[in-house]
Design a protein around this ligand. Structure first.
Ligand SMILES: CC(C)(COP(=O)(O)OP(=O)(O)OC[C@H]1O[C@@H](n2cnc3c(N)ncnc32)[C@H](O)[C@@H]1OP(=O)(O)O)[C@@H](O)C(=O)NCCC(=O)NCCS
Length: 165
């Protein structure tokens, strides 16, 4: 990517480090969900998501190892970010999936570089469209801004409702 950061395909041994990035990067998002939903609903919907991040990332990797990349520091090899994606040739659609940059490395253009890499993979695969999903709350402003910067310019907003029975 540049002389400081290198992007490479992920391997199974990276998954613990990836799970740590998931935990740290999603902390503010999950804190928002907890406050918004209340503890019971949050526990029912998100607590397992974060507790099982390692297994979830391993399973994501084993299903599609060629579409899972990580960014490491050139000097030390420390993992600082990851990105996953899917390619659907039938629908000519590329999906930018779960991705994150470790908090202390955010704001340095790492996500923008990862997204350009993924969009290039989509173009090289001959796809016509790309899509990505994120939330509308304040803790996801960074993701929305980074996606818009990468060129995502058609937004279709939806809302998810819950109720206590
Ligand atoms: C979203 C995320 C991956 C962005 O990573 P990043 O490396 O900091 O992003 P970049 O440095 O490439 O910044 C891209 C653009 O977003 C903007 N941006 C980044 N963080 C921002 C913030 N907190 N508020 C507003 N804009 C922000 C940058 O300023 C830049 O735009 P600009 O060049 O016009 O100024 C990172 O914030 C993250 O890991 N968030 C938590 C997990 C998440 O939401 N993942 C994506 C959804 S699956």
């Amino acid at each position: 990517m540049n002389d400081k950061y290198a992007l490479r395909l992920a391997c199974e041994d990276d998954m613990d480090a990836v799970a740590k990035i998931v935990h740290r990067a999603w902390e503010p998002v999950l804190a928002h969900h907890k406050q918004n939903m209340g503890l019971d609903l949050f526990d029912a919907t998100y607590s397992r998501w974060s507790q099982a991040a390692g297994n979830r990332m391993r399973s994501l990797f084993s299903r599609n190892p060629n579409c899972f990349s990580v960014v490491e520091l050139c000097k030390s090899g420390e993992l600082v970010a990851f990105v996953t994606y899917q390619i659907d040739h039938d629908g000519s659609m590329g999906t930018l999936g779960l991705n994150a940059v470790a908090p202390q490395f955010q704001g340095q253009g790492i996500a923008s570089m990862m997204y350009q890499f993924v969009l290039d993979q989509f173009r090289q695969a001959g796809l016509k469209f790309a899509r990505v999903r994120t939330g509308m709350n304040d803790t996801q402003t960074s993701a929305r801004r980074a996606y818009e910067k990468a060129g995502f310019d058609i937004a279709q907003c939806e809302v998810r409702y819950y109720m206590t029975l």
